[in-house]
Design a protein around this ligand. Structure first.
Ligand code: MLT
Length: 262
């Protein structure tokens, strides 16, 4: 499905009824990341999975992008879908950075948060230098080179030999981003604010999910968010890396289902 949002055409999936559960993907991914949640949770929630600007089937608009801009796009999407009730907002990795931005701007729309494979802090200076290198790589070698560089880190080490079909599925998802999207994301990632001070302000039920074998964001980041967000709960998902909702969909969905009932 497509809607015009903030001046561009945004693609999204929308399945089920009940409390809206808005799923925000990471870099350099798209809403197809959430297929197991659209399939496995639409009996208990209205599951909405957009492609952020520049990603998947959304329009490849040029940057600059920012976490605030992504949050604005999602806010307009909710209006366009006529959603007035409070939602549960779930973000994976960069999608988690968007969740923090959304919380700061649109907390009144939120019933709960799910922070997945993410962190509160900003990029370190080494991290920012890494973003610059990736931008050069993207400009010189294109999206395929970004896919090649990300693919070996996105899943748990044991997933690669055990599940070649899943690896190919993830490769295809990473190839669905536009060059504008990659460059826009990298600038937004590099410039994103430190959200550590937001943690203590969060006053909605928050579930933190982290893959036990995440190669991109260490578990200590999830533990720090757990310590910083009052009343939050951390579930470590075994047999899963950075893309835990794909790698261990059953446990991921079970944890989300449980939190929806609370
Ligand atoms: C993501 O998965 O969204 C990114 O790897 C996050 C990051 O690089 O900080």
């Amino acid at each position: 499905m497509q809607l015009t949002v903030n001046g561009f055409s945004m693609a999204y999936s929308d399945a089920g009824q009940g409390t809206p559960l808005l799923l925000v993907h990471g870099f350099p991914l798209n809403g197809r990341l959430w297929h197991p949640q659209l399939d496995g949770l639409s009996d208990v929630a209205r599951v909405i999975a957009p492609d952020l600007r520049g990603h998947g089937d959304s329009q490849a608009v040029p940057g600059p992008y920012s976490m605030d801009l992504f949050a604005d796009d999602l806010n307009v999407l909710l209006d366009a879908l006529g959603i007035q009730e409070k939602i549960i907002l779930c973000g994976l990795s960069m999608g988690g950075y968007v969740v923090f931005a959304f919380y700061r701007k649109y907390a009144h729309r939120l019933h709960g948060l799910i922070l997945t494979a993410t962190r509160a802090g900003a990029d370190t200076s080494a991290g920012k230098a890494g973003r610059d290198k990736m931008m050069v790589l993207a400009r010189e070698k294109g999206v395929a080179a970004i896919s090649e560089s990300m693919l070996p880190k996105l899943l748990a080490p044991q997933t690669y030999p055990a599940r070649p079909d899943l690896v190919e599925q993830v490769r295809a998802i990473t190839l669905g981003v536009s060059l504008e999207g990659v460059l826009g994301d990298l600038a937004a990632l590099k410039e994103r604010p430190d959200s550590t001070s937001t943690l203590a302000q969060i006053d909605v039920p928050t579930l933190i999910l982290h893959g036990a074998d995440d190669q991109i964001i260490p578990l200590s980041e999830a533990e720090a968010m757990r310590a910083g967000i009052h009343g939050s709960k951390l579930v470590v998902v075994p047999q899963a890396g950075h893309l835990l909702g794909l790698e261990n969909a059953n446990l991921f969905n079970q944890a989300v289902r449980h939190s929806l009932k609370e």
